[in-house]
Structure formats: C-alpha cells, structure tokens
Design a binder for this molecule. Structure first.
Ligand SMILES: *[C@@H]1O[C@H](CO)[C@@H](O)[C@H](O)[C@H]1NC(C)=O
Ligand SMILES: *[C@@H]1O[C@H](CO)[C@@H](O)[C@H](O)[C@H]1NC(C)=O
Ligand SMILES: *[C@@H]1O[C@H](CO)[C@@H](O)[C@H](O)[C@H]1NC(C)=O
Ligand SMILES: *[C@@H]1O[C@H](CO)[C@@H](O)[C@H](O)[C@H]1NC(C)=O
Ligand SMILES: *[C@@H]1O[C@H](CO)[C@@H](O)[C@H](O)[C@H]1NC(C)=O
Ligand SMILES: *[C@@H]1O[C@H](CO)[C@@H](O)[C@H](O)[C@H]1NC(C)=O
Length: 454
C-alpha cells in the first residue's frame, strides 16, 4: 500500500517535470527557476582543484529528462617534468611551478647558444597527466643538439666568437682587426701617450714594454713607472770626496780649495801649471816654476842684471787654473834705447784764465838728450798750454837707437769764453806735472802753488 503511494508521488513529480539533479562533489550547481520543472536550466562549476566532466549546463526537457550528460568534478591531474631536465646544461626548461605543472599549464624549452632545439619548444599539461605538444598532440620531449659551429671553419685570422648563430672574428689583446676583417695587425701602443711609460716605450708584437732612461730604474709599483737611482748610495758613486745625487743622475763635488779632476770623480788642488820666466829673467816667488801656485796667487817676472823688462810683469792664477797671460814678456838688454812717458795730463782752467801753465818733467830714458815736439814746449820748465788737447811727443836718438812716446795734455775750459780780464801775474798759478815713476804705473800728481810776489 505504501509502495504504491510512493510510486504515485513519483509519477506525479515526473508528470510535473524532471528529477532533481545532484550537486557534484567538489563543485557547485545553480538552477533556475528551480531544479526540476520542465524548462529549468542547471549550470555546474568545479572548484580550482577539480575539472568538470560531463555537461556544464543541463535543461529539463518535455519528455521529463535532463539534456546533456551527468556532471562530475574530477581531481585535476598534475604533469611532472622529467627530472633530467633540471640537471641538463644544454637545455633550459621553464615551467610554472618548477617541475610540477598543473592542467593546461605550460613548460617552455630553450637551448644554449651553440645548440639547436629539436622537438617542441612548449609542452602543455593535459588531462591525461602528460606534458604534450599541443600542435601535434603528441608527447615528445625536446632536446638540444650541437650544431655545426661556424667558427670551426671560419676564416678568422685569430679568434672567432659564435654570436647569434654567426661567426664573428676578433683579435687577441694587443692586435686590431684590419678593415677588411681578414688580418689582425699589431697595435703600436707606444704611439699613444708613449704607452704610458715614464721612460722609453718599446713596441712588441701584441704588446709593449717600458724601460727607463739612464739614471732611473723601473719602479716596483707598476710596469710603467721609473724612479731615480741614488748613485751615491753605493760606493759614494765612485766619488773621492762629496757625492751629490739628483733626479736622473749624480755628480762628484770637492771640498773648498779643490777642484773636480777631469775624470769627474777625484779632486785636485786648485793650482796653476808651472810659470816659466822669460829668457834673461826670473820669477818670484820661485815656487811659480813648480806649478804649486794656487788660484788667486800672483807671480812676478823680473829681469837679470843688465836687462829691463818689457811686456806683462804680474801674472795671476785664475779660477780656470790658467795664468792670466795678456801679453808677451821679454827681458831686453839695457843698452837698447827706451823711453817711458808720463801719463796723459788733464787740467781745468781757473776762472778768467785762457791757458794753463804746466811744468813738464822729462820722461825716463837711457839716452840723452830728450827732445820734445811741438817745438814750443820745453822740458823742465813751465809751458803755457792752450785750452784744448795738445799732443806731445818725446823722443831720443843716437847713432844706433831711436825711441819715442806720446802723451796728450788736455786743458779744459769750463767758463764761458767772454768777458776776460788781463792776467794778473801775482794771482797766476802754476801746475806741476810730476815726474813719472820708473814703472810708469803711478798716476802723475798735479800740484799747485802760489808764485812768490814779483
Ligand atoms: C573544493 O571543494 C571542496 C568540497 O566542496 C572543499 O572542501 C574545498 O575547500 C574546495 N576548494 C576550493 C579551493 O574551493
Ligand atoms: C671548410 O671550408 C672549406 C672551404 O671553405 C670547405 O672545403 C670545407 O669542407 C669546410 N669544412 C668544414 C668542416 O665545414
Ligand atoms: C703584456 O705584457 C705584460 C707585462 O709583461 C703582461 O702583464 C701582459 O699580460 C701582456 N699583455 C698581453 C696582451 O700579452
Ligand atoms: C800687448 O802688446 C801689444 C804689442 O806687442 C800692444 O799693442 C798692447 O798694447 C799690449 N797690451 C797690453 C795689455 O799690455
Ligand atoms: C774774473 O773776472 C771778473 C770780471 O772782471 C772778476 O769779477 C772776477 O773776480 C775774476 N775772477 C778771478 C778769479 O780772477
Ligand atoms: C807719436 O806721435 C807721432 C805724431 O803724431 C806719430 O807719428 C808717432 O807714431 C807716435 N808714436 C807713438 C809711439 O805713438
């Protein structure tokens, strides 16, 4: 009786529409307007971990049946990348989550430069849990194969690099590829800023070296620098006395009174060479003849009895260790005629004077008498000299000899020429030109005195 009743209810439900659908495990169902009337539509969804099998949408039809196929939420499969891809150098695999790939997710593959990828460059995780090449629908894993390296048979002169599938020539350090790209030529590093060398730069094939100028040695800091050698450090630079170092060299010096020998190392006393007296002569001090006279010391030539000296008498030892020879020195026999003039005379006129009265002393001579020109001049008395230069010649003469010498007498008038008064003899003054000394070296004295009243 109860069974019949249930059956009747079932028939009634069927008569009204379709049997309600179950909500799938791990999914949702939503129906409208409800889940059993004819014309109702139910849609299904699965949560993330599952995928939907069957129909996503079903409708209750006139014949009281749902359209489509029963709906299920099935656990999504996981595809796993074969382990060896993780340890392969040649090939790189990039998957969404390391090795484990979810449904519809992708793994991409690529090869290192010099290898070529054989097979698909992408695999997709499929429902069957296999990574599959979607284009071909096959499960084929890619691999990397070495390709012919274009550098292997390149015409590169030195080095070849495999860059984006092509051979690219380049040269070793120190070389440059020529324009045609077929040869590598040496770079002359020295032509640019001397290669950075402090001293001398030497270009070599593919490189260069630096060396140092004399007096310098290579620094330990780098291959370019040079440092000064302190030559004095070792054996005093070979100097006998003082050694002085400077950048790039050194020099020997000597203590005071000594001079560096031409060998540049030893020291010699500053002495002039022996000074030999003229014939019939001698030299004072006698050490002059030994070459032991030092710088600034003097030697004097003298003549033997019966001879007189002519030319230079005093010699000084110069700093250059040479005698200051200005002239030839001779000892001439006393019998030869000679005459030694006083020096030129210069006097100034007193105011109102028109001429100067000058007393001329006879020059020294070994012959008498001493004659004078012009004729109006007399020796050993006062002469009137006009206000100008008067040339006076003294001369001696005998049957064998002749000698002469000249002086000038300058009378300077500082006054304007006019007016002038007649002379007042009482107030006249006489100037006396003193006698010359024997050597003729002393300056002549010009003395003045008042004449006694007439
Ligand atoms: C998936 O569905 C199951 C069962 O309904 C539930 O326990 C789980 O939390 C759901 N997961 C997600 C991510 O919604
Ligand atoms: C290298 O190149 C030469 C001529 O360009 C060719 O004859 C030879 O077969 C090549 N060798 C390889 C290994 O490609
Ligand atoms: C050039 O010479 C220097 C010094 O000997 C060396 O350090 C450097 O490596 C060389 N360079 C090349 C390109 O050979
Ligand atoms: C040197 O002698 C010449 C002729 O012998 C003479 O003219 C000259 O004045 C003399 N020089 C000195 C400085 O004595
Ligand atoms: C020079 O002459 C002037 C004019 O007669 C006179 O005044 C003066 O005293 C004279 N001077 C001397 C130094 O005789
Ligand atoms: C002196 O002067 C006279 C005439 O001016 C001249 O001929 C002569 O050569 C001079 N003598 C000397 C030694 O200068």
């Amino acid at each position: 009786m109860i069974g019949i009743f249930i059956f009747a209810a079932f028939l009634q439900a069927v008569a009204h529409g379709c049997r309600p659908l179950y909500t799938p495990f791990f999914g949702w169902k939503s129906c409208s307007p409800n889940d059993k009337d004819i014309g109702s539509v139910c849609t299904f969804e699965c949560n993330d971990t599952h995928y939907l099998r069957g129909s996503k949408e079903r409708q209750c039809t006139q014949n009281h049946e749902w359209s489509g196929a029963p709906t299920e939420c099935i656990l999504k499969p996981e595809c796993i990348l074969p382990l060896h891809y993780l340890f392969e150098d040649k090939i790189q695999a990039e998957c969404s989550a390391h090795r484990i790939v979810k449904l519809t997710e992708v793994c991409s593959f690529s090869c290192n430069e010099i290898f070529q990828l054989i097979g698909p460059n992408q695999l997709t995780c499929q429902l069957n849990g296999l990574l599959t090449d979607e284009k071909r629908g096959r499960q084929t894993y890619p691999s990397c194969h070495s390709v012919r390296n274009p550098c292997k048979n390149s015409s590169c002169p030195q080095l070849c690099r495999f860059v984006s599938g092509r051979a690219q020539c380049f040269c070793a350090e120190g070389f440059a590829l020529t324009e045609n790209g077929r040869t590598c030529s040496d770079i002359d590093e020295c032509s640019i800023k001397n290669g950075g060398c402090d001293g001398v730069c030497h270009n070599t094939v593919g490189n260069f070296t630096c060396s140092c100028d004399e007096g310098y040695v290579p620094s330990e800091v780098d291959r370019y620098s040079c440092v000064d050698v302190d030559e004095c450090k070792e054996n005093n630079g070979g100097c006998v006395d003082i050694c002085e170092n400077f950048q790039g060299g050194y020099q020997c010096l000597c203590s005071e009174g000594y001079h560096v020998h031409p060998d540049g190392k030893s020291c010699i006393v500053l002495q002039c060479p022996p000074l030999l007296p003229p014939e019939h002569g001698d030299v004072y001090p006698p050490s002059c003849k030994d070459g032991t006279i030092q710088v600034k010391e003097k030697c004097i030539f003298t003549c033997l009895q019966g001879f007189r000296i002519a030319g230079q008498e005093v010699f000084t030892c110069n700093n250059n260790l040479k005698w200051d020879v200005k002239n030839d020195t001779q000892c001439l026999p006393e019998t030869d005629a000679f005459i030694v003039c006083p020096e030129d005379i210069t006097v100034e006129l007193m105011p109102n004077e028109t001429s100067a009265e000058i007393f001329l002393v006879a020059p020294k001579s070994n012959i008498e008498p001493i004659l004078v020109r012009p004729d109006w001049i007399s020796l050993d008395r006062v002469n009137f000299f006009p206000a100008k230069e008067t040339k006076v010649m003294f001369y001696v003469e005998d049957s064998y000899n002749k000698a002469e010498c000249n002086i000038s007498v300058f009378v300077i008038d500082k006054e304007p020429p006019f007016p002038r008064l007649p002379r007042d003899p009482l107030r006249d003054r006489i100037r006396l030109a003193g006698a010359p000394s024997w050597t003729g070296r002393n300056r002549l004295q010009s003395t003045m005195w008042e004449l006694p009243p007439l």
